[in-house]
Design a protein around this ligand. Structure first.
Ligand code: C2E
Ligand code: MG
Ligand code: MG
Length: 702
């Protein structure tokens, strides 16, 4: 039954005497809307219909007594709540007692004291109104609580409530499921016990946000990358959300509530979405969006560390033709194969992106020398030239590549892409299947280098390397005590190219390995010839740093000594200081193997590199070759003189033999001798000579 609080209360007077009714109505005027009934048998129906706040009920009435009416009222739930005040001329205590025992709230005796009677009714009306309001509040509260309960039980988020000490007072079914705790067990437990949070990365425990919310009396969001450990399975689920304190109407904190949900799936979905947004579906490569991001980042970093960023725009030549003639399905497969092949030669810091049907962009960050990117471009063109096989059929393709460099020829990421595009256009115009630089100057440089590399490769392949020999002499009497093998390349036009023009290139391109092998072979062949002619001269051969990385080096030398029957003391290896420093452990082990074979080791160009005393001791070298730059000016430059003198003293004290390079005059010879250096080589005695000339030189000396 709905009960509403009307602003004006209602009052029903039940009395068989109209005079009494009139008197009461008059007395109570203004307190309520007053109704009456003088037939007691109709009182109940009237009360039921009217639902008054109070009934003033006369006890002595014909038909039905007041007590009987009251009994009816109290026995019916629809009228039981109506307050009854009995009225009677019998003011004895017994009557009053019976009245109250019947369920009345009061008893008023006749004759009435007007003021007291009015006041009493007024008080009761007020009480009745308040009781009604209270009941209504209770009902509203009950409905509200029910609604809340249903909501909390059916929402998808987990909810836990605690008191001000972070002790759990409530948890909803989702919270039960996520924590693995039943509410019955969790009630009275501290939040940290039930809701075990830790950091996703390092698995460190995290303070529950509810504790912070209580402490700081504010809403606290849960730290990102937080996970909740399940009580029974110990499995962790990524969660997020927040805790908030709750206050009563006076602002007093009552406790706090935390609401959280599983974000594991959301995260996985987000990751997948972000991957899809940034990658090409066919090849899985970054798309244009990610490319721009990476490129901007690479340029920013390059500016800071003062390096270059290279961009290649790569386009498949005549891809449309392939697609049209063999179908798009095959075109797609070819693209996938191409990407796979390219990835075999890319470094982890390169970004290869697909920017169009058959167009790719490659970012090469952190470039020190532009050769790095031209080498890669060359490699890319090379690996693609080998045919691709799909279902036992071979397909050939070639690429055109345009290259631009930041900040060399482009000043921003956008310009890099534009310029590389222009360079690509140039490559296509020049006949495809090639790479072009945006900058002509760079293009020329790279072309020249490419030509040189080709020439050197051919010289190595076509046996156009020659070895010349420079005598090493005893400074005291000029007698030849050995020779140094020095390589030259015979140009197709017959001229000789000095090593300064090709050794650095050979080192960069790796050609130094086959080149060095050939020099060793040719040197040993010459040494064998000398032996046959009765000449026993130790021969020094230069070994580049890169050759130490060749695992076949020691074996090769061992075999050469055996094959040509050369005593190991007849071979000396000249090593630069950088070779020792680059990879000291490995070099030390290789040098130890040479020593075991009986081969001597000389440090070439000593004084120009690290000149570390530590490694002289560590590597146990036999000879120091004083670099010619010091010898050249030792008579005019005090510092150079001091350096030469110091190196000689060092050699003496460490019992390492000394050979001065670049002895060009008799004065050099005399000064070096005076300082205690016994051996030298230089133009004063002889330039490096072809084998026959060297023989002549020896004969002439004899
Ligand atoms: P290096 O090993 O220090 O060789 C000495 C260089 O000084 C030779 O130059 C030689 O011709 C030059 N030289 C000798 N005496 C004089 C002199 O009195 N005055 C002047 N101005 N120069 C003199 P070259 O033959 O041009 O070789 C240059 C460098 O090339 C060599 O320096 C060596 O580092 C490298 N090299 C030569 N042949 C080989 C080789 O077979 N393998 C490797 N890895 N490097 C080699
Ligand atoms: Mg040398
Ligand atoms: Mg030298």
């Amino acid at each position: 039954m709905e009960i509403s609080v009307s602003t004006t209360p209602t009052l029903l007077i039940v009395d068989d005497k109209p005079a009494n009714i009139a008197l009461l109505s008059d007395m109570l005027e203004g307190l309520a809307d007053i109704y009456f009934v003088d037939d007691s048998t109709k009182a109940f129906d009237r009360a039921l219909a009217l639902q008054p706040d109070i009934i003033l009920l006369d006890i002595e009435m014909p038909g039905m007594s007041g007590f009987e009416v009251c009994k009816l009222l109290k026995n019916n739930p629809d009228t039981a709540a109506i307050s009854v005040i009995f009225i009677s001329a019998h003011t004895e205590a017994e009557v009053e007692f019976n009245s109250l025992a019947f369920g009345a709230i009061d008893f008023i005796g006749r004759p009435f004291n007007r003021a007291i009677c009015r006041l009493r009714v007024q008080k009761h009306l007020l009480l009745q109104q308040q009781a009604k309001a209270l009941l209504e509040s209770k009902q509203r509260l009950y409905a509200e609580t029910q609604r809340l309960q249903v909501t909390l039980n059916s929402i998808g988020d987990a909810v836990i409530a605690t008191d001000t000490d972070a002790i759990i007072t409530f948890m909803n079914p989702i919270a039960e499921r996520m924590t693995g705790w039943h509410q019955a067990d969790a009630l009275g437990q501290p939040i940290n016990e039930v809701m075990a949070l830790r950091e996703t990365e390092n698995k460190q425990r995290v303070t529950n946000p509810i504790i912070l919310a209580l402490k700081e009396q504010r809403i606290v969001a849960m730290a990102l990358d937080c996970e909740l450990v399940h009580r029974n399975t110990a499995q962790a689920a990524a969660v997020e959300d927040s805790a908030a304190p709750i206050f009563d109407q006076n602002g007093k904190m009552l406790g706090a509530i935390i609401v959280f949900h599983d974000v594991g799936e959301a995260k996985a979905l987000a990751t997948k979405m972000s991957f899809l947004a940034n990658h090409d579906q066919l090849t899985g490569l970054p798309n244009r969006i990610l490319l721009h991001d990476r490129l901007n980042q690479a340029c920013r970093l390059a500016t800071i560390i003062e390096r270059k960023v290279g961009v290649m725009v790569i386009d498949i030549d005549q891809f449309k033709y392939l697609n049209d003639s063999f179908g798009h399905q095959l075109g797609d497969e070819l693209l996938q194969l191409l990407v796979k092949r390219l990835q075999t030669i890319l470094e982890p810091d390169h970004t290869l992106a697909r920017t169009g049907g058959d167009e790719f962009v490659l970012i090469y960050p952190d470039i020190m020398q532009i050769e790095q990117i031209s080498n890669l471009a060359q490699n890319i063109c090379r690996v693609v030239r080998q045919s691709f096989e799909i279902r036992n059929k071979k397909y050939n393709m070639s690429l055109s590549v345009g290259i631009s460099l930041y900040p060399t020829d482009s000043s921003s990421a956008d310009e890099l892409l534009r310029h590389a595009d222009l360079a690509l256009f140039k490559a296509k115009q020049e006949g495809r299947n090639r790479f072009c630089f945006f900058s002509d100057e760079m293009g020329r440089r790279m072309l020249l280098r490419h030509q040189r590399e080709q020439a050197l490769r051919q010289a190595v392949e076509h046996d156009r390397l020659e070895v010349h020999f420079q005598p090493k002499v005893s400074l005291a009497d000029g007698s030849v005590i050995g020779a140094e093998a020095l390589v030259r390349v015979r140009h197709e036009n017959g001229s000789l190219i000095p090593p300064s023009e090709f050794i650095p290139l050979a080192e960069e391109t790796g050609l130094i390995i086959p080149l060095g092998k050939q020099v060793l072979v040719k040197s040993c062949q010459q040494s064998a010839r000398w032996q046959q002619a009765g000449i026993n001269l130790p021969l020094s051969v230069n070994i580049a740093a890169a050759q130490f990385t060749d695992p076949s080096l020691v074996g090769l030398i061992e075999h050469l000594l055996q094959d040509y029957k050369i005593a190991s003391q007849m071979l000396e290896l000249e090593v630069t200081e950088t070779a020792l420093i680059d990879n000291p452990q490995h070099t030390a082990s290789v040098l130890a193997q040479f020593r075991n074979l009986g081969i001597t080791i000389a440090i070439d160009d000593f004084g120009t590199g690290y000149s570390s005393l530590a490694y002289l001791k560590q590597f146990k070298v036999d000879v120091l070759k004083i670099d010619m730059s010091f010898v050249k000016d030792m008579l005019v430059d005090k510092n150079d003189y001091a350096i030469v003198k110091t190196i000689i003293m060092l050699g003496h004290s460490m019992q390492i033999a000394l050979v001065a390079e670049g002895v060009e005059t008799a004065e050099h010879q005399a000064a070096l001798l005076a300082l205690g250096c016994c051996y030298g080589q230089g133009y004063y005695y002889s330039k490096p000579l072809a084998a026959d000339d060297f023989m002549q030189y020896l004969k002439a000396g004899k």
